[in-house]
Design a protein around this ligand. Sequence first.
Ligand code: CP3
Length: 358
Amino acid sequence: MFPVLKNDRLIKSLWREPVDRTPVWMMRQAGRYLPEYRATRAKAGDFMTLCQTPELACEVTMQPLARYDFDAAILFSDILTIPDAMGLELYFVEGEGPKFKHPLTTAASIHNLSSDVMNELAYVPNAVALIRHELNGKVPLIGFSGSPWTLATYMVEGQSTREFKKIKALLYEDPALLHVLLQTLADAVTHYLLAQIKAGAQVLQIFDTWGGILSDSAYREFSLRYMRSVVTGINSNLTEAERVPIILFTKGGGGWLEDIQDTGCDAIGLDWPIDIGRARARVTDGVSLQGNMDPAVLRSTPDAIEAEVKKVLASFGRHSAASGHVFNLGHGITPDIDPENVAVFVEAVKNHSPAYHS
Ligand code: CP3
């Protein structure tokens, strides 16, 4: 059993309950902008060893909390652990991002995939349990997965891409085969996230990094539908008391807020092109919102950072009895950011958000 949570602002905000101020965390908060992360990463040798060694994953998860007053920890891992466990063999080339040794190039390679991945992925719940122990109730722990669609893009392309030629060819030429892949991934993601909850994850986020590259109808058919299946699959396997808030983050998803809300998720992650006040009006406090400062602001001055934080808070506006806002960036922090500026960002949220909650 784990100790009682001392800071429950994040959980309360995600359930749309009143809090004293807006909670804040940052996507990629444990990462290369921190010198102590780079040191642990060097000690590990390579990125996958860092993910697969619970003690090291725990160490880097805790690093941003030692520096900043974040209201959450996020499991240190990667979304591409699932395809790796399915046999595609993930590796990283310096400066080129993730790659797979065995990308999906044939129909047979898709039909042969199994959603039964938790034997290979035991290191993830092991890390979750260790981090929960180490956190000792300080802040809640967020677990995560990629969305089925976003995982499929990497598995079919074999690496990062700007054009998505292969996955889009598959989508338009053989949609039935893509559905086979997405269903296998939805099942795997459901098992994976349930295992994270069982090990101690208190919030879940689904990263749909590439949902926004799809047409409206393709988004509904190939991305949203499978995220709905994951949300439903998780919640139908839990009692009311075991449930944890689920955040869906579709990068470029501003056109689909009502549809994302309709999946039954508890919060929508917003990227920065959308105004958070207008987003709130569209979902009418029926779901919590997370976001959404442009990460590029962190490359500017302390005054500019404070001004942008104030803008996002003012745009969201005063809280009602049923509203929820979690402050975050609109996407992950980049490696070139000065850690001092992150402190300015967190302090600005702490100082300026209480006025909106009284
Ligand atoms: O937010 C956190 O602090 C938790 C850790 C986390 C990482 N990756 C650590 C990581 C999370 C939540 C992710 C998710 C992830 N991974 C996504 C979705 C999130 C998003 O940004 O939309 C995606 C698309 C990936 C795939 C991936 N893994 C990429 C594109 C890269 C960067 C490759 C590069 O060289 O720039 C990774 C590697 C990775 N994952 C790093 C970190 C800190 C950097 C690797 C290193 O230390 O060398």
